[in-house]
Write a protein that binds this ligand. Structure first.
Ligand SMILES: [Zn+2]
Length: 440
């Protein structure tokens, strides 16, 4: 399918699931000049008509937690491979974490990352700046300057902000900002040397465990600091019952506290580490948890206690995973499975409505990151994924665009496939292939 830049596109009979407007209905969608247009309009340009029968159109899928590894670790991922993976996954917006080398703790690196993404034109990148200089945990980075330069939030992700005094100071700043402090909640003394969840399975495998309390103790501290400062706190990759209780406590008091959950914590349990035993594709931080926790996380996503889904896309080179379990790198490459994993488990086991599920993957991350978007309305930038909700497919990371093939879903059958992705009125993915790849 070739496409002239001036062509308009009419999608007929597509099911538009638009959480930004709270609407789920079938209809026609017209795209021209980079934006959605009134479907009744008769444009002067040539119009290519496509059938959208049986497909879902979801605007602005947003993954608010990814690692693109640039600058400094381009053997794991770079902006080109990461952006292509995002387009393949159906995403229009991703927020990139700051734990690169050098660390993104200055406005110049924020702007460099935005420029890299803009030159590629495949996905909008919202850089997250570091909370502390060099992720050193000792001195606050220049949060306000980075916000002015386009940072969508602040996080030392990969590490927690361990110091209570620094966390208090960061949250105080955030009380007057539009963007949150995103905490990777982990008490490093409690998780010390742990490589998987602490429980029966870790005992059987002889691996050092990470207790649930390594997360929940820090989340309880942080919600209290959010109350003290009226700060804007977002909890990354929530994975414990105690953290859910702290989140509920914070929300019941009307605090500006939000949370995200990763698909792997909803899909797998720590039993997967033993099946097959010591599969390093399962090694992730926070670790895969027992089934009672997994079910509680899924229920909390359904009720909206957990606001958003984010993949924590953490690509690694094969050599960094092809090691004994204790020495392998933490992380799962998640951009190219996130949507299908959520359709499979969110609409399946959790029986969420598509509108509710996609709200957690579009409007909620926009709200948390302080971004505005109108949805599928005339004048809004045409960003959307076209999804075949019934397609079943087997996960084969070898064919991915991400350099990171580290996935516990390898060989798993999932339901729901991204057919095409449009970003800024241009196809970035057509029939499963990334089509707009600018070579730098
Ligand atoms: Zn993290």
């Amino acid at each position: 399918m070739s496409q002239d830049a001036t062509d308009w596109i009419r999608l007929e009979g597509v099911r538009v699931i638009d959480p930004f407007r709270g609407q789920d209905q079938e209809g026609d969608v017209l795209v021209g000049d980079g934006t959605f247009q009134e479907p009744t309009l008769s444009p002067r340009s040539r119009v290519r008509t496509m059938s959208g029968r049986g497909l879902w159109l979801v605007p602005r899928l947003t993954d608010m937690h990814v690692h693109f590894r640039a600058p400094g670790q381009e053997w794991k991922e770079d902006f080109q491979s990461g952006s292509m993976a995002a387009a393949h996954g159906g995403f229009s917006v991703v927020a990139t974490m700051a734990n690169t080398d050098p660390v993104v703790d200055s406005v110049s690196l924020i702007q460099w990352q935005k420029a890299e993404a803009q030159a590629l034109g495949l996905v909008e990148v919202v850089p997250i700046g570091a909370v502390t200089k060099g992720l050193g945990g000792e001195e606050l980075a220049e949060l306000w300057t980075m916000e002015q330069g386009g940072a969508g939030g602040f996080s030392d992700d990969g590490r927690p902000v361990a110091s209570s005094a620094l966390m208090r100071a960061a949250l105080s700043y955030s009380s007057t900002m539009r963007h949150p402090i995103i905490q990777h909640a982990e008490d490093l003394e409690l998780s010390h040397l742990g490589v998987m969840h602490e429980g029966d399975v870790s005992g059987r495998l002889g691996l050092t465990g990470i207790p649930l309390e390594a997360e929940s103790a820090m989340v309880w501290r942080d919600v209290q600091l959010a109350a003290l400062t009226n700060g804007r706190l977002h909890i990354a990759h929530i994975s414990s019952l105690g953290a859910l209780e702290a989140l509920a406590w914070a929300k019941s008091r009307g605090l500006k506290v939000t949370a995200e959950v990763a698909p792997h914590h909803l899909f797998f349990t720590d039993a997967r580490v033993d099946s097959p035993a010591y599969d390093t594709a399962t090694k992730v931080n926070p670790p895969l948890r027992p089934d009672n926790v997994r079910q509680a996380l899924l229920a909390a996503l359904k009720t909206g206690l957990i606001d958003a889904v984010a993949s924590d896309h953490a690509p690694h080179h094969a050599d960094e995973k092809d090691r004994p379990y204790a020495q392998a790198a933490f992380g799962i490459s998640g951009l190219e499975t996130s949507l299908a994993a959520m359709i499979t488990i969110g609409l399946g086991e959790a029986e969420m409505t598509p509108l509710a599920l996609f709200e957690r993957m579009t409007r909620a991350p926009h709200r948390i990151l302080g971004m505005d978007y109108g949805g599928v309305v005339a004048g809004a930038r045409a960003d959307f994924a076209l999804i075949d909700p019934k397609a079943r497919w087997r996960v084969e990371p070898a064919g991915w665009y991400s350099k990171g093939k580290n996935s516990p879903w390898m060989g798993t059958e999932l339901t729901g496939r991204v057919i095409s992705t449009m970003y800024g009125g241009h196809w970035t993915l057509q029939e499963g292939e990334v089509v707009r790849c600018v070579q730098l």
